[in-house]
Write a protein that binds this ligand. Sequence first.
Ligand code: ZN
Ligand code: FE
Length: 255
Amino acid sequence: MSFEIIPVRAFQDNYIWTIRNRKCAAVVDPGDARPVLDYLAQERLRLVAILNTHHHADHVGGNAELLRRRDVPVYGPHDERIAEVTHRLRAGDRLRLPQFTLEFEVLEIPGHTRTHIAFYAPRVLFCGDTLFACGCGRLFEGTPREMVTSLAKLAALPEDTRVYCGHEYTLSNIRFAKAVDGGNPALLALEHEAQELRSRDLPTVPSTIAREKATNPFLRCLEPVVVAAASGYAGKNLEDPVDVFAALREWKNRS
Ligand code: ZN
Ligand code: FE
């Protein structure tokens, strides 16, 4: 394989995903420069690119410091709030990282923020704070309909796509998912596996699209058991999957 993807931890629960080979590295969403610089120094890697999925400080806060050390291209969305971006990308744009023989396609996935993007290459998805293992991002700047559309784009990717999300939120997401879909055997199996990994302080991610479709209530808004649980929370019969999603999101925000 021409690259590996390594999680560098930052803050409480962020992952700065680092694409690396023996000599160089690209980082996705460096919210903090320090742990990235430490990792690069320890592994003797040369930084070659920065990728940003959205403008939140816990994803871009380290850009400037990394650029002070080394001038590299910064790929991100059309959003002036990320001053350091040198290559602003839209849906369908392609981004080549020849060092790793990787070519990403850019997906626009608004909802968490207005300009959130994802980077997709065969079997690899960097999706920032849109899709989490067993959960999804809060709607800071988008509507439920936008988020449902964005999540559907991700769910339509091949099932073996590994999902590299921005945070370790899996156990708390599972707790909520069990309130919605507690009889789901795939969810209970995931809980077991995630508890085991966390007890050894290991990441529960990357997930896969297959696992998310089997366990993530926010991708399961058409499942009768999820519709029933969301309807119970809303106190009325919900039929439109967007309404089901909106009820789940509000329920999760309050739980
Ligand atoms: Zn965010
Ligand atoms: Fe975040």
